[in-house]
Design a protein around this ligand. Sequence first.
Ligand code: GLY
Length: 360
Amino acid sequence: MKTLSVDLGARSYPIYVGSALLGQRDLFAPFCEHGQVCIVTDDLVAPLYLDRLQRTLAGFKLHSTILPNGEQNKHWQTLDRIFSFLLKNELGRDTTLIALGGGVVGDLTGFAAACYQRGIPYLQVPTTLLAQVDSSVGGKTAINHRYGKNMIGAFYQPQAVIADTDTLTTLDTRNFSAGLAEVIKYGMMADADFFLWLETNIQALLAHDRELLNQVVYRSCEIKAQVVAADEREANGQRELLNLGHTFGHAIEVGLGYGEWLHGEAVAAGMMMASALSVRMGWLTAAEYRRLGRLLERAGLPVKAPQALTPESFMQHMQRDKKVRNGRLRLVLPHGIGNAEVTDAFDAAALADTLAGKPL
Ligand code: GLY
């Protein structure tokens, strides 16, 4: 097991990455011994891992609730199921929630923890690659709204992140690839050497090489932890860089209907759109754009926006993005591989050509 820390002063917390962590009672115990514990999971993950975690936590005052799986369920009604469960069982402020699952369970549980009785502690126990490398770290919690992705939420940090990489062995190919989109994003926005490493090792990662998987989760968490420590609440521009591909990607998710494309798939196509705009602006070479496309394709990800979405529809959704200031769209755009900037200084015609899918 390897440990790193998200350094946020009094709200700092550890991230544990490694094998067989779900069975390690000593990792969980410090967060469970003072009151009640409620595991929140979903109907895909529960049959795989709920029993194991319950056995690890035997003897603590334990409750479990199971939500419906999928991005299409990340809304008020599912959040309310958590609140109802906590209230019906008379669970108080001495309760710790444990989010056992992927990004949807993590976001819902974190938001429930932020709101319930004005805030209770929670642990992130991510079981998908996307959640292990991205969404479980950094305290962004939210539900979706029909007008926009993650529009209702809170910054609320967990007590710890416990990423058992053995859980990735049961992840289906499509979800595994979706997680790789966020991994490739880190290389593209922050670390050219990591991007090169991914180009070299993508086949072995797709074959679930244990050692490489541990390395990839650890390196991704390391990059994310550094960014979050520098800009926890997205106030100085640094954390916004983690949004590379997301403004386009969120438009795809909302435009097609939540769950139609996985978040990582939408981010992959979104990164290609951001990169195409950068090429048009002279900030990225065509060769670098092709390198990104090849890596995403090798990872099993889409590199083009869905045809069903018109440029008008893209613009309508993108205009509600959380990075918009004074009505002006700001985008995270690559400047070479391993570097990105948040900017509104792109050409409107270049954006229009990109949204229309015109060839470079
Ligand atoms: N997934 C982007 C962030 O946590 O800031």
